[in-house]
Write a protein that binds this ligand. Structure first.
Ligand code: SF4
Length: 325
């Protein structure tokens, strides 16, 4: 019969596991009795809890661990191992995972975690990738100066001080359009922009240095395309985000009475960009790069969506899915 003091280590392990959200070993039964599926599941649960505890992206820890030969050897031999051997193998895996949290490899393991939080902003150094057709022009979207954007890190709106050109994101999320949702792999990995190369989860140094490099703008892209640049300047001036923001502020102050002003602005901006596109023969798949996001595209940032009536006119309706702040 174990004494109270002999039970103390078990109690301590139980408390530590509870704090970390791990299933205690005593409740998981001994690894000696696990089949291969149970090993995989308990291993995955262990890595998820460890990642949470160590503040490392969970997908990165899983991806990096699964690349280790030790893990693969244990998985391959597991069904043939006797009970005591399995205990030793499980212990080895636990030790390896704990070492990994203090010893993250200084290389990208393509876990896809950062690509899910947003797409990259392009820099002047990326222009060659575009000119050589390694990234398609249609994959780009311009965020204009003064445009409201939602930070993926703080979940609140801020207004851009300068223009940015970005890779497009999936409409329902902030995930980069080049991330393959099933494999979590970048579909243009060899040709990925400089920000993706610099943004690493083991060090902020390269990203900090890159932040000082000039961002790519439409001025760099359409440098020799007059009168386009002149007309884009007109679009920025006549359809400014300051005017849109002011219209929404007024809408709030007047408790909805000034709604027609917002609708008029939306209509004006839509007509203006369609008119320019027609005059300049801009194809539909280049509109996001050429003119940026339309005022209508931005409505969810203000908590609204546009609904088309049967006569073709539009009205504003609250957007239940929008995260207004
Ligand atoms: S381009 Fe590739 S590496 Fe860069 S964010 Fe998109 S999916 Fe990730």
């Amino acid at each position: 019969m174990p004494t109270a003091s002999q039970n103390e280590p078990l109690k301590q392990e139980k408390n530590a596991n509870q704090e970390a959200g791990r299933t205690p070993m005593t409740e998981m039964q001994s690894p000696a009795t696990w089949g291969l599926e149970t090993l995989r599941k308990n291993w995955s649960d262990h890595l998820t809890a460890l990642a949470r505890e160590s503040n490392i992206p969970a997908k990165r820890l899983h991806a990096q661990m699964e690349q280790s030969t030790e893990y693969h050897e244990i998985v391959m031999k597991w069904d043939r191992m006797a009970g005591p051997e399995r205990l030793g193998a499980w212990k080895k895996l636990i030790e390896a995972s704990e070492k990994l949290t203090t010893d993250i490899l200084p290389s990208c393991v393509q876990c896809g975690e950062c690509c899910r939080k947003g797409s990259p902003t392009l820099h002047v150094d990326d222009l060659e990738l575009l000119k050589e057709g390694r990234i398609a022009w249609e994959a780009l979207v311009t965020l204009r100066k003064g445009e409201p954007v939602r930070s993926p890190f703080e979940d609140k709106l801020f207004f851009l001080l300068d223009e940015r050109v970005k890779i497009r994101e999936n409409p329902a999320s902030q995930q980069c359009m080049f991330l393959d949702g099933e494999t979590s792999l970048c579909t243009i990995y060899v040709d990925r922009p400089v920000q993706c190369r610099a943004q690493t989860c083991w060090s902020a140094e390269e990203a900090t240095q890159l932040a000082r490099q000039p961002h790519l703008t439409r001025g760099d892209i359409f440098k020799d395309a007059e009168p386009l640049t002149e007309l884009l300047g007109q679009h920025d001036k006549r359809c400014s985000f300051a005017a849109l923001q002011a219209a929404f502020n007024k809408l709030e102050e007047t408790r909805g009475e000034s709604i027609q002003e917002v609708l008029d602005l939306l209509e004006y901006e839509s007509h203006f960009r369609d008119f320019l596109a027609e005059q300049l023969h801009i194809p539909a798949n280049m509109m996001a790069l050429t003119f940026g996001r339309s005022f209508e595209d931005l409505l969810p940032l203000f908590g609204f969506k546009a609904v088309e009536e049967s006569d073709g006119t539009k009205r504003l309706a609250p957007d239940e899915t929008a995260q207004k702040k």
